[in-house]
Each structure stands twice: as structure tokens, then as C-alpha cells.
Write a protein that binds this ligand. Structure first.
Ligand code: COA
Length: 289
């Protein structure tokens, strides 16, 4: 099999340095990546594959998951696309069985599937709130629960994609769910520590070109406001998150567990003030009429 060179990644933005990791960093490993059909998780899947890892891309939409896998295979990697809704536990178990049948047990389980839309607490229905909690929190639990029995130990790693870690207006449903993901991550890191399984999470900042960013900053004005709210002065690119993921799942992080790592250009250090300003500008911070 041809080894896919790290610099062949489609997610590298112009000017982004080529991979600083050795090409065989994850050789012989198998990663399950939920939500891997697009955005940040696809960037991670491509990056893992480019460093020698077989990847199973799990998504709700089979065509999208298979297209993502095909792109990786065409670039010389090993990948499989499977479909399941992370809210549906039996479907997750079936998808895990397919993945294990194709590439064997997992070394890496990456829970990345998420659902998001901006809405104030007043403007979201009980079903809307529950939907996001079920995708983000329960879906993360289902992923880990279904894949856990097939996670190699010692040496396996779990990585979840969290968000914010601070209160953010228009995102109560998301921050509530992701706070649960953070505590699940830290608690599981303790429970599985003696098995030699590390459990961590990444908190991405605003990442350009993703569906989430398109929803949260749909026009140029809001995009430049977002970039201006980042101490490093720019939005991130998927490769920024993939690099952190590569580190956390590699042996370089063999003494790192229970960590919720912000990869956000420093944005969260400033708290929720920028988002509150946006909320005010939208005329939503009003006393009840
Ligand atoms: N504002 C308020 N409520 C919204 C909403 C919005 N922008 N978008 C969806 N909802 C509500 C719906 O009205 C519905 O509630 P209701 O039945 O009381 O009307 C509830 O959320 C479920 O919506 P539905 O479209 O039926 O759910 P779904 O399972 O098909 O979709 C979502 C899940 C809602 C998270 C959808 O946004 C999605 O599929 N997102 C996937 C991609 C994504 O979010 N990526 C970003 C990752 S950061």
C-alpha cells in the first residue's frame, strides 16, 4: 500500500506548515471517527490516515461518510465509511461491528459528531434542546460505550470534541451538553487509567470553512468580528485541530489524560464577552416587555 504523504491533505490552508509529525506516527492503528464526513472531524480523519492510521468514518449520511472515506483511499490511505445516528445505540453497535470487521479493534475512538444552531433559550423548543443534548452528550456516551469493548488496552485513547467551556449566549443547549462531555471525559480518564487507556478532549475555537462556523458566522461582518475576537488574530483551520488530535492520540502524550485542551487561538481566555456583544448587537439582550 502506498503511504499517503502528510502534505497531500486537502485541509491544509495556504501558508500552513506541512506536518511536523513523522509520517508513520499512527502506522498500524485503527481509529473510529464519528461525524467524520465533514469539517473538523474530516480534517482529523485525513490527518490520521496521512500518518498511517486506518480510519472508520461514521456519519448519519452514508453517502457522505463513504465519499469522505473514498477521498482518503484515493490519496493512498485506508478508510471505511459507515452510517449510524449517534443517538441510536443499537445502530452504533452495528456500525462498530462493521468497523471492527474491516480493520480490527480500535486504538483510537474519536467522538466528534455534534449538532448545533444558534438560538436563545427563549427561542428553542424542548425538542430542540433535547436534540442537541442527545447528539452531543448522549451521542458521545453511545460512541464510547459501543466502541469501548473493542478499544485496545493498554495503549488505546479516547478523544472527544467539546466546545467553549464558558457560558455563551445563543448556545445554552450546546454548552450544557458539552459540559457533560467534559465531565464524562475526566471521569472516564480516572476509571480507565489503570487499563492504560487515556481519555482527553479538545475544545476547538472558531474554525474556518466548517458547517458550524457557517451557521454561527454566516456573513463577512460576523466572520471578521469572530477573527477579531481571537488573541492570535485569525480563525483556525481544520489542520490546527488535527495537529492537536495527532499529539493527544500519539505516544508523545502518553502521560496526558483527563485534559480538556482548548485549541482556539486564546479566544476562551477572554470569556464570553465577544459573544455577548454580538447578542446585544442582535437586539436580544432586552428586558422582558
Ligand atoms: N433554532 C431553533 N430550533 C431549531 C433550529 C434553530 N435554528 N434548528 C432546529 N431546531 C429544532 C427544530 O425546530 C426541532 O424542534 P421542534 O420539533 O420542536 O420543532 C429540533 O431542533 C430538531 O430538529 P430536526 O431538524 O428535526 O432534528 P435533526 O435531528 O434532523 O437535526 C440538528 C439536528 C437540529 C442539530 C440540525 O441542526 C443538524 O442536523 N445539524 C447537523 C450538522 C451540524 O449541526 N453541524 C454543526 C456541528 S458544530
Amino acid at each position: 500500500m502506498t503511504q499517503m504523504p502528510p502534505h497531500s491533505l486537502g485541509t491544509l490552508a495556504p501558508g500552513t506548515p506541512q506536518s511536523t509529525f513523522r509520517p508513520d506516527l499512527l502506522a498500524g492503528k485503527h481509529a473510529l471517527i464519528t461525524g467524520g464526513g465533514s469539517g473538523i472531524n474530516l480534517g482529523i480523519a485525513q490527518s490520521f490516515a496521512a500518518h498511517g492510521c486506518a480510519v472508520t468514518i461514521l456519519g448519519r449520511n452514508l453517502d457522505k461518510a463513504q465519499a469522505a472515506a473514498r477521498g482518503i483511499v484515493d490519496a493512498g490511505g485506508r478508510a471505511l465509511g459507515v452510517s449510524a445516528d449517534v443517538r441510536d445505540y443499537p445502530a452504533m453497535q452495528a456500525a462498530v461491528a462493521r468497523a471492527v470487521g474491516a480493520f480490527g479493534d480500535f486504538d483510537i475512538v474519536l467522538a466528534g459528531a455534534a449538532g448545533n444552531f444558534p438560538a436563545p433559550v427563549d427561542g428553542i423548543s424542548p425538542n430542540g434542546f433535547r436534540t442537541v443534548v442527545e447528539i452531543d452528550l448522549i451521542g458521545t456516551y453511545h460512541t464510547i460505550k459501543a466502541a469501548g469493548p473493542h478499544l485496545n488496552a493498554p495503549g488505546g485513547t479516547v478523544l472527544s470534541i467539546s466546545a467553549y467551556g464558558i457560558p455563551v449566549p445563543m448556545q445554552a443547549h450546546v454548552v450544557a451538553a458539552k459540559a457533560g462531555v467534559d465531565m464524562l471525559t475526566r471521569t472516564l480518564a480516572i476509571e480507565w487509567g489503570l487499563r492504560g487507556i487515556r481519555v482527553n478532549a479538545i475544545v476547538p475555537g472558531p474554525i474556518d470553512g466548517t458547517e458550524g462556523m457557517a451557521r454561527l458566522a454566516p456573513d463577512e461582518a460576523s466572520r471578521s468580528r469572530v477573527a477579531g475576537s481571537v488573541p492570535l488574530g485569525r480563525m483556525g483551520v481544520p489542520q490546527d485541530i488535527a495537529n492537536a488530535a495527532l499529539f493527544l492520540v500519539s505516544d508523545a502524550a502518553s502521560y496526558v489524560t483527563g485534559v480538556i485542551l482548548p485549541v482556539d487561538g486564546g479566544q476562551n481566555m477572554l470569556g464570553g464577552a465577544p459573544q455577548y456583544q454580538t447578542y446585544q448587537q442582535m437586539g436580544l439582550a432586552q428586558p422582558k416587555p
